[in-house]
Design a protein around this ligand. Structure first.
Ligand code: GDP
Ligand code: GDP
Length: 455
């Protein structure tokens, strides 16, 4: 194809950047005040500026994208705290457990000026059990005189303590080099490493929407005896369930079932658990209580799944309780509140009566199919050519930016790179996305669209 003003190398590197699959996940864990958040900010650097402009969302956010030495990965920050809910040790253990569970590698942060505490020792036990690669960060080593403090942490038995000052940046580069050595290229936690293994579903939603009820309903007597399945490793928090003739892996069901001694108001843990489940899954089934107004919390959970780039199904639960009036208002709410994900298949279910349970699997399959769709370059460019001539970009400052060509750089979710002769306005990019969906489907999946402008 003619690449009008872009050299082949440029195109290649753009596609490589956009076409990356799911990213490996790094969890940053440790006691309160050891400097986890400071370290995470250091790791993600200025990229953070782009993250959230909606008030109230940042607080809930626990995963971020980062890049070091040309490699990208996700960072799970466990800096948020609700110490009142649990005792301090239990708090640290609970948050670390979620994060470690979802991670491919862990940075364990210890305050070198304080030394290892009992709580730190408790985390070490968790880390041993999880068997994930660990980089030990001896933080608050602000100058050479504190190096001796760092060396004391050899005693934890986690290998070499990396002396770091998250506050000043000292040693963080060396630590990140170690992190890259520990992180696999592809996220094992996400795709299980079991080729052809069961598809992974995260059942998520705010407290009391009916996650546990739904899980019990679908599991019923259909629960698969794990040993019957050759080649599957037993992961105590995941559950294999047969539905519609296929075995699915529901991830993090332990979190749903035991609800980790959670009380009302433990929002932070709920967020962390949700983020961890989403990271491990290919498809998120987002449960919404249809009997109540769609809430900000529902929206946040949806945002998490969209930003993680997962296939998605929206299940409106408690349908058995709906009267005519509520159904009317729900329709209106869907139009206004769920516009951003109008592409997600919706099913109206009742975990109590079993209503429409059989519709869940087809919706999940649809979403996964959309998530994996690949549009051949020829077809894509024929489509783009028509679109550009029928609906050219508005003229700006005497110039008319044009899409020259495009390629799908990756799937899961579909990622497109458009090469253009000038800056494409957000409105036009949204229009292109809408038209792409009309043309090629992509039901149940977010789409990534990046635009490369010719210099
Ligand atoms: P978190 O609770 O583990 O997320 O800890 P924070 O990142 O909120 O840090 C707790 C406190 O330690 C803050 O006052 C930070 O400024 C301080 N801190 C973090 N890293 C360093 C460091 O490398 N050196 C020093 N001196 N202070 C630090
Ligand atoms: P979770 O916190 O999301 O796991 O929610 P639960 O499964 O514990 O359900 C919360 C409450 O909603 C419980 O009292 C359930 O019995 C009830 N519930 C769950 N699903 C349904 C449903 O489909 N219909 C009705 N009427 N109640 C439901």
């Amino acid at each position: 194809a003619a690449q009008e003003g872009f050299d082949a190398e440029e195109v290649e590197s753009e596609l490589a950047a956009a076409g990356h699959g799911p990213l490996p996940v790094l969890a940053v864990v440790g006691r309160p005040n050891v400097g986890k958040s400071t370290l995470v900010n250091r790791i993600i650097g200025r990229r953070e500026a782009v993250v959230e402009d909606r008030p109230g969302v940042t607080r809930d956010r626990v995963t971020y994208e980062a890049e070091w030495a040309g490699r990208r990965f996700k960072v799970v920050d466990t800096g948020g705290w609700e110490q009142d809910v649990l005792g301090i040790d239990a708090s640290v253990a609970a948050q670390a457990e979620y994060a470690i569970e979802a991670a491919d590698a862990v940075v364990f942060v210890v305050d070198a000026t304080v030394g290892a505490t009992d709580t730190d020792e408790a985390v070490v036990k968790l880390l041993r059990r999880a068997g994930k690669p660990v980089v030990l960060c001896a933080n608050k080593v602000d100058g050479p005189s504190a190096e001796a403090d760092a060396a004391m942490l050899w005693a934890l038995g986690l290998g070499e303590p990396m002396p770091v000052s998250a506050l000043h940046g000292r040693g963080t580069g060396d630590m990140l080099d170690e992190v890259l050595k520990a992180l696999p290229e592809a996220p094992a936690a996400t795709f299980g490493g079991v080729v052809g293994g069961p598809r992974r579903i995260a059942l998520i939603g705010r407290p009391n929407v009916g996650k546990s009820s739904l899980l019990n309903k679908v599991a019923g007597e259909e629960r698969v005896v794990v040993n019957e399945l050759a080649g599957t490793t037993r992961d105590p928090v995941d559950e294999l369930i047969e539905l519609g003739g296929t075995t699915w892996k529901f991830v993090d069901t332990a979190g749903i079932r035991k609800r980790v001694h959670l009380q009302e108001g433990a929002d932070y843990y709920a967020s962390l658990r949700t983020a961890a489940a989403v990271e491990k899954a290919e498809v998120a089934v987002i449960l919404i209580d249809a009997s109540e107004t769609i809430s900000v919390q529902d929206q946040r959970i949806i945002t998490m799944a969209v930003e993680a780039g997962r296939a998605m199904v929206i299940a409106f639960n408690k349908w058995d309780t709906l009267d005519e009036e509520r159904r009317y208002y729900l329709e209106r709410e869907i139009e206004t509140e769920l516009q951003q994900i109008s592409w997600a298949p919706r099913v109206n279910v009742s975990a109590r009566t079993g209503r429409h349970m059989e519709k869940l699997v087809p919706a999940i399959e649809t979403a996964l199919a959309g998530w994996e769709t690949r549009v051949p370059t020829g077809r894509l460019n024929a489509f783009l050519g028509e679109l550009v001539s029928a609906h050219p970009h508005p003229i700006r400052g005497g110039k008319q930016p044009r899409i020259l060509f495009g390629t799908q750089a990756g799937t899961k979710p579909p990622r497109f790179v458009l090469f253009a002769s000038g800056f494409l306005e957000a409105g036009y990019r949204r229009f292109v996305e809408r038209r792409l969906r009309e043309e090629f489907g992509f039901e149940g999946t977010p789409i990534h669209l990046s635009v490369r402008v010719r210099e």
